[in-house]
Design a binder for this molecule. Structure first.
Ligand SMILES: Cc1cc2nc3c(=O)[nH]c(=O)nc-3n(C[C@H](O)[C@H](O)[C@H](O)COP(=O)(O)OP(=O)(O)OC[C@H]3O[C@@H](n4cnc5c(N)ncnc54)[C@H](O)[C@@H]3O)c2cc1C
Length: 447
């Protein structure tokens, strides 16, 4: 293979102008975004074309792709080589009739969304931040909120993948059905995604309102009404004082969908200024609130592109619970407040619709997600997670693939009925385990 195709990121080569997009990662030890995980290698190469990807895959016996490094656990880690598709960030085709957009796998939502909006289109939903890569987000079932909204991977209608042999495999929702459903939330185990096709819809405007101090008793008695009140609803709580600190309501400005913002919402009070989910932090980093109309991509995420999302120095965990257990599960966590609170920055509760994607935590079941943004103290958090997981076991909780959890494989096996099928699919696409790492061995293959 042409050696110039790939750029070895190392300090010795730092002078090369070609390195500039990736150099910031490699000037120090290569870590994930939060800095809680130093990857096991800093051998990071950049593939500029799908052919580069094929060549690299053929030449190496072990490798992983790095997206935007926003996972908190070792799902993306590699002890041999890393490949980055960061420079493959173009929109390849927009089909207004089919309502689809096809993109290169290195693109982030922050790059894609303004383009789509300009062309008169939108995605159905976004995560709390636009900074993440589309391929990484879909591979880990990243989600936003909204009881009628599936996770971000549910927008995928087609995929191009370089498998372990270097072969290009094309999968489509219409033609490949079950194989497609197995491959979309692929956890980086099936191969390297080079192209993704996403469903789009006509662009829409939104308004965001925040309410403060919703009593937990209101949540208990009116959970379904609260979740149904708008297109996307997020509940932030520190589990103190039996209240939800902030309710974020994101509403589409269309007849029948528009949220009528009253001064009081289930005993919570309409905020009089923009807020950060962690009330002590500046709202400058957050998307506009107070009902100011704006395009979908500037209201669906909580955090603005170009600004630090969340708190920065933090850890995250999240559990998906079947929707019908939502209130019981929330109160099970609330009972742990004295243990949880000292280590917590904020919790968020969201709703996600059911889907058909084998490894999605919402496979065939609508869910409520209970999320924890922790202070960056893994020794303490690692002791709390098993306690939370035990409390949530009766509800068959599934952890977020990209966040920190201690759930053993036996439990993942009992909650993911499609796990054996997924393992078989991995073996078909990657029979020698080229894309396997410790995370996958521990949680998927059980080796
Ligand atoms: C501040 C913050 C806020 C967050 N908010 C949310 C949220 O609102 N909702 C939510 O669900 N999650 C959220 N997350 C979690 C995060 O968005 C996901 O874990 C997502 O996977 C990050 O994408 P990434 O590209 O950074 O992934 P990475 O960590 O880079 O990679 C994740 C996995 O995807 C694989 N991958 C990446 N690119 C490819 C490719 N081209 N082909 C094959 N495999 C690939 C990697 O190998 C790895 O296995 C948040 C994270 C942070 C740091």
């Amino acid at each position: 293979m042409n050696k110039r195709t790939f750029i070895r990121i190392c300090s010795a080569a730092a002078a090369s102008p070609l390195l500039s997009p990736l150099f910031a990662w490699a000037s120090e030890k290569l870590t994930n975004w939060a800095g809680n995980l130093a990857y096991s290698t800093d051998r990071l190469y950049s593939a500029r074309t799908p052919e580069d990807v094929q060549g690299f895959v053929k030449e190496h016996s072990k490798l992983k792709v790095l997206g935007t490094r926003h996972c908190f656990n070792d799902i993306a880690d590699s002890s041999s080589e890393f490949l980055s598709l960061k420079t493959q960030d173009k929109v390849l085709a927009l089909d207004p009739k089919a309502h689809t957009v096809t993109v290169e796998a290195g693109i982030t939502y922050g790059q894609l969304c303004p383009y789509l909006d300009k062309q008169g289109f939108a995605l159905h939903n976004l995560a709390s931040l636009p900074h993440i890569s589309v391929a990484g987000a879909c591979s880990t079932a990243t989600h936003g909120s909204g009881e009628k909204n599936g996770n971000l991977a549910t927008a995928v209608s087609g995929l191009e993948l370089v498998t372990a042999s270097g072969e290009v495999v094309k999968l489509s929702r219409d033609k490949d059905r079950e194989t497609f459903y197995g491959a979309i939330v692929g956890l980086g185990a099936l191969g390297i995604i080079t192209k993704i096709t996403l469903d789009i819809q006509p662009t829409f405007m939104m308004q965001q309102y925040v309410y403060e101090d919703l009593p937990l008793i209101q949540l208990k008695e009116h959970f379904d009404e609260i979740e149904a009140s708008a297109y996307s609803v997020s509940l932030f709580t520190d589990w103190h004082k039996e209240r939800v600190n902030e309710v974020w309501i994101k509403s589409r400005m269309e007849p029948g969908q528009k949220f009528k913002a009253q001064p009081v919402f289930f005993d919570a009070t309409l905020a009089t200024k923009n807020l950060h989910p962690i009330a002590e932090l500046s709202a400058e980093n957050c998307t506009e609130q107070m009902g100011v109309p704006g395009p979908w991509y500037e209201r669906l995420p909580h955090f603005r592109m170009g600004f630090m999302p969340s708190a920065g120095k933090e850890l995250q965990s999240e559990y998906f619970v079947p929707r019908h257990h939502a209130v019981e599960a929330i109160f099970a966590v609330e009972r742990l407040r004295d243990m949880v609170s000292p280590h917590l920055l904020i919790s968020e509760i969201r709703a996600v619709a059911a889907d058909n994607l084998w490894m999605s935590p919402c496979y065939k079941q609508a869910c409520v997600t209970i999320h924890f943004t922790w202070k960056q103290d893994w020794p303490a958090v690692s002791k709390i997670l098993p306690v939370i997981e035990k409390e949530l076991t009766p509800f068959k909780a599934r952890p977020h693939w990209g966040k920190l959890f201690t759930t053993p494989r036996s439990q993942l096996e009992s909650t993911y009925e499609k796990l054996p099928g997924f393992v078989a699919l991995c073996n078909k696409f990657d029979s020698h385990g080229k894309f396997r790492n410790k995370f996958l061995e521990r949680n998927i293959f059980g080796g």
